[in-house]
Structures are given as C-alpha cells and as structure tokens.
Design a binder for this molecule. Structure first.
Ligand code: SF4
Length: 221
C-alpha cells in the first residue's frame, strides 16, 4: 500500500529526504546566495541552459555586473560575450526587459509577492517559486520536469503537459517540503528527480521516498 496521507507519515518522509539531501544536494553558488539579484539572474539563466554552463561564467558575470544598473549601463560587448557563452544571446532582449521592468516598477527591489513576480518579463511560475523559496522563505513548491515526475509517481497522478500548472501537483509537492526550510527542500526535490527519480529506470531502492511511493510499492512488492 502506498501513502495514506497521514501527517506523521509525511513528517517521516521529509526527515528521510532531509538526510538524503545532506549527502547528495548539489552545491551550486546560487543555492547559497542571499542576494535576490544573483538568485533571480542565475535561475533566469538556468531555464535555458545547464548548471555547468552557468558555472563557467558565474564569477565573471557577477563581478562585472553586480546589480541591475550595471546590466543597463555596463560593458555591452562583455554582456553579449557572456550571454553568447551561455547560448542565451537570443534572450538578451528579454533579459534587458526584465531588468528595466524591475528598475522602473520596483526601483530595483525584487518583490516577494507571487503575483508581482509573475508580471516581470522572463519570470514564469518556476522561477517565481524558486525565488520565493530561496529569498522570501515562502513555501512555494517549484514544479519542473523533475518535481512533477516525483509527484506523479509518488501519488500516482497521471502526468501531462499541464501538470506544471496543476494545483493538485503543487499541493501534493507541498506535503514533501518542510515549511520552515523551503529552499533546502525545493533543491532536494529537484536533485532527487534528477539523480534518483530519473525519467527512465528510477532508482527506487535507494530513494528516501520509497516507503510510501505508489510507483515504488508497485515495482518493489
Ligand atoms: S521511490 Fe522511485 S518512483 Fe518513487 S519518488 Fe523515489 S525514485 Fe521516484
């Protein structure tokens, strides 16, 4: 039998997930930064490119462009070069729109309210969620391919193209996150989906969620 929706059961699973995260969480610099600008920009880059590429320009980018103003007024050639290295040169226009919007509308202070974040050009539901978890200490489960897959398998929900916008998936993912550590659990679940609960051949035997996961109960029993 898979999960029974008992509070104590999810408490136990979150503890297991926490232990897994302490050993396996990937330690990228943006995951430890408390600078809203740095976190937002890093997550913006990551939507279209991988962590390795972002790491390759990370220090140089934030040293040269330490805030929103420097993106507008700084070295355009270097900005082009770094975005090109990320393969994001075609998104430069959107980056500039995002920066101008934040400067004009919020005087450079990125808001925590979800509805305001979603008005910023280039900020979608996932970026808004991960920003709120990381900077605002809000429990706002980030739904991406990895976390949707975990929720679908764990709760036995059918997955389709709209699952990332599905409230049922958001609410279910919330059950797997400790409310007072949203950032840690958000990254735990993202990494668990990438390292363990892979699209093909999930490693259920070594997954901290296996005691109550519907998918695992079916294949391991
Ligand atoms: S037990 Fe298996 S299917 Fe369930 S979340 Fe873990 S890896 Fe995914």
């Amino acid at each position: 039998m898979c999960f029974e929706n008992v509070i104590a059961e999810f408490f136990y699973l979150r503890k297991r997930l926490q232990e897994w995260g302490k050993q396996h969480l990937r330690s990228y610099p943006w995951r430890f930064s408390n600078d809203p600008y740095e976190v937002l920009l890093a997550e913006f880059f990551l939507r279209r490119t991988g962590p390795k590429q972002v790491l390759s320009i990370y220090d140089e980018f934030f040293k040269t462009f330490p805030d929103f103003e420097t993106i507008i007024k700084g070295d355009k050639n270097l900005l082009d070069f770094l975005l090109h290295k990320l393969g994001l040169h075609i998104r430069k226009k959107q980056l500039i729109e995002m920066v101008e919007y934040i400067l004009l509308t919020f005087e450079g202070q990125i808001p925590c309210r979800r509805s305001l974040l979603l008005r910023i050009p280039g900020v979608g539901s996932y970026i808004a969620s991960i920003f709120r978890c990381s900077i605002c200490e809000c429990l706002d489960p980030p739904l991406d391919a990895n976390t949707v897959r975990i929720v679908g398998r764990f709760f036995n929900f059918p997955i389709n193209d709209s699952s990332r916008r599905n409230k049922k998936f958001r609410n279910a993912l919330t059950l797997l996150m400790e409310p007072d550590q949203p950032r840690f659990y958000a990254y735990c679940l993202i990494d668990l989906g990438s390292i363990v609960c892979k699209p093909h051949k999930p490693n259920c035997l070594n997954c901290p969620l296996n005691p109550a996961c519907c998918y695992a109960v079916n294949i391991l029993s």
